[in-house]
Design a protein around this ligand. Structure first.
Ligand code: BEZ
Length: 401
């Protein structure tokens, strides 16, 4: 061990003792002590690398790595050891996979995941172990509501945030009767919660709620039902490869030019090249858009495209902001991940200068952020305006802060 590593090790030991004395809630207590002893910080990705959401997992990992590389490739002055687990978007393996990182690999930080069902498995492990956990996508509500935890921070959204901004612009365009369609799991159910609230408040009526199990993409029977119902519009939640298939099938069924398609913006993220003209005119609300005309977004997009030879999407942005949050948090404690009181305080008060626009953390550890109204034009998510400014999730039932 060299002199610098010895100093770091001693500092970790001292501050860990201080952190234990000052610890006041479950997430701040002992389980981290053993983990903080090495001079390298161990960061574990638990993301989908196969299946419908595979592309989302890759974009998130790219974003995290890019943000940290831009700041010298270290966290609080410490080298990083990366480990990875493919969660396959499989909720039944959520706890087991999270424990591979936490119990077996002894990670200091867990970054995961995309799928809301899998997130609930990670969340159980995060709460039981106290390991610092960053949620770079999955928007399942309890994580930053009744089951919020001091060691869990989300850099993405709650599933109802984008759809809370969807109802008003639909009604402003005279679309008074809508059919809702989504996968039947937490992400679709939560997105419906936001849509119901915003659309009915604006005077709209949801004439039918349709669903199919994740990751099923046999849409035909449901599209036939939509054609028979003849609503003013369809609103939906789909993402990844399934979203691409839905938009293609919607157009192929002859609905595209008859019944306007709206959705939570994940519908059109990362898939526009694959979908082609079938996506033109689709309207969505989301906390990011490729075409945001800011120097920050342009610089990010250019650097990402150069590094990874592909265009970034909202998932890459969320990964990037997860990296930024870790950089800021660990800089504040000089790499001492055992100093949880100071680390969490720094992460709670972080101001993230994101490609999506600046955002801050709510008391429940979820972004307070703008929602953009977007339309697909020639393979691009074009911004029409801000649909909701500094939108916060209710954080209902969370006792933090
Ligand atoms: C979710 O399961 O929470 C989710 C997956 C993909 C996009 C957005 C949300």
């Amino acid at each position: 061990m060299n002199a610098q590593a010895r100093r770091l090790s001693r500092r970790l030991l001292l501050s860990r003792s201080a952190a234990v004395v000052g610890a006041s809630s479950a997430g701040l207590l002992l389980p981290e002590i053993v983990r903080a002893q090495g001079s390298r910080i161990k960061v574990g990705f638990m993301l989908p690398y196969t299946g419908t959401y595979a592309q989302l997992g890759v974009a998130i990992e790219n974003g995290v790595r890019m943000a940290i590389a831009e700041k010298g490739g270290k966290l609080g002055g410490r080298e990083i050891e990366w480990v990875k687990v493919d969660d396959e978007s499989e909720p039944s393996k959520g706890v087991e996979n999270a424990n591979k990182l936490v119990q077996r690999d002894k990670v200091d930080v867990l970054i995961g995941t995309v799928h809301s069902g899998v997130q609930m498995g990670i969340h159980k492990v995060a709460r039981d172990s106290g390991v610092l956990t960053i949620v770079p996508n999955a928007g399942v509500l309890p994580v930053t509501r009744a089951l919020c935890a001091p060691n869990v921070f989300r850099t993405s959204f709650t599933n109802s945030q984008p759809t809370l901004a969807l109802g008003k612009p639909m009604m402003e365009r005279g679309l008074k009767k809508a059919v809702w369609i989504s996968w039947k799991y937490a992400a679709g159910d939560d997105a419906l919660e936001g849509f119901k609230e915003s659309y009915t408040k604006a005077g709209g009526t949801i004439v039918k709620e349709l669903g199919l199990p994740f990751p099923n993409v046999e849409f035909q029977a449901l599209l036939t039902e939509i054609a028979a119902l003849k609503p003013d519009a369809v609103a939906c939640f789909f993402a990844g490869a399934g979203a691409a298939k839905f938009m293609k099938d919607y157009a192929a069924a002859g609905l595209k030019d008859k019944i306007p398609l709206w959705g939570s913006g994940f519908l059109t993220e990362g898939v526009l090249e694959a979908v082609g003209p079938a996506a033109d005119g689709v309207m969505t609300t989301l906390h990011y858009a490729d075409s945001l005309d800011t120097p920050r977004n342009k610089q990010f997009r250019t650097a990402y495209a150069k590094e990874f030879k592909m265009q970034p999407d909202v998932y890459a942005v969320q990964g990037y902001d997860s990296g930024q949050l870790l950089v800021q948090g660990l800089a504040a404690v000089g790499g001492d991940i055992g100093n949880k009181v100071a680390l969490y305080k720094a992460m709670e008060s972080a101001a993230i200068d994101s490609p999506r626009g600046k955002w801050t953390m709510s008391k429940a550890h979820n972004p307070i952020q703008d929602m953009y109204l977007r339309v697909v034009e020639k393979g691009d998510n074009k911004v029409i305006g801000v649909a909701a400014k500094a939108l916060a999730d209710s954080g209902a039932g969370c006792k933090l802060g």
